[in-house]
Design a protein around this ligand. Structure first.
Ligand SMILES: [Zn+2]
Length: 255
């Protein structure tokens, strides 16, 4: 299975528009981060987690040409606002399956009403197939079993997802022990780490490292990164041996 990091930045991306922060001015490509998303691919299985405002560019850069589903973590704009750009996939494949919490599906239906219309649809509008994700209910996409992982983003519920020996969680601040059990010992864990300073709704770097210590994956990658975390190269040097800062267009293989 292949995991391609489409974006690894927090909600504004890096660089932040108009910012003179040194990380935003960095010329290191690893310091340029689009909004957070991953593409998971294995033979004819191809899904993305989240579909933010950089989705179109991410699909072009990664050369993703087929989409079996979009799994949503939650409804925030940096994770959902690219939904209109599924159009090329829709034109080729038909309705695109989307998986999300019922609350998130309702939110998307309100914000993208023209995509969810059954009648009098504009011919150029895409369509989706709604699939509700429920806590403690695994589901199937092609040959893969997807295990939803329930967590909290401050007071907002979010889903992470485990697929085989890979687990992806973003925008997590708290998570119950019973949910951590579902991902213990995975080969690769991706988890959010915003910055060093604490934040109300996101793991800080220390909280992410503590979480990695609990889960004990073989390897962990940090994502949903703010420019305030610092330069990629400098932060990477401070991390434990099996922990890496993810960066845009990083591709990893999970055997
Ligand atoms: Zn986010």
């Amino acid at each position: 299975m292949k995991v391609y990091f489409l974006g690894t930045g927090t909600s504004q991306g890096i660089p932040v528009i108009g910012s003179n922060h040194s990380v935003c001015l960095s010329t290191d490509l690893k310091d340029k981060r689009l909004r957070v998303s991953v593409w998971i691919q294995d033979k004819d299985f191809s899904v993305v987690i989240d579909c933010g405002p950089d989705f179109r560019q991410q699909m072009l850069t990664s050369k993703c040409t087929q989409l079996d589903a979009i799994l949503f973590t939650h409804e925030h704009a940096d994770h959902t606002s690219g939904l209109d750009d599924i159009r090329p996939f829709f034109f080729r494949q038909g309705n695109i399956p989307v998986f999300a919490h019922q609350r998130v599906l309702k939110n998307l239906e309100k914000r993208f009403d023209y995509i969810f219309l059954d009648e009098n649809k504009y011919p150029g509008a895409p369509s989706v197939l709604k699939n509700e994700v429920v806590v403690n209910q695994n589901f199937q996409i092609k040959e893969k079993t997807i295990i939803p992982i329930n967590a909290m983003h401050g007071s907002l519920q979010v889903f992470g997802y485990r697929i085989d020996d890979f687990a992806y969680l973003t925008d997590v601040k708290t998570i119950e022990e019973s949910e951590i059990e579902k991902i213990k010992g995975v080969k690769v864990l991706v988890i959010n780490a915003l910055r060093e300073e604490e934040h109300n709704t996101h793991f800080s770097l220390k909280e992410a490292l503590d979480f990695i210590h609990l889960v004990q994956p073989k390897t962990a990658y940090l994502t949903h990164i703010s420019h305030l975390l610092g330069f990629h190269e400098e932060v990477q040097q401070k991390l434990p041996e099996n922990v890496y800062l993810a960066y845009d267009n990083l591709e990893i293989k999970i055997q």
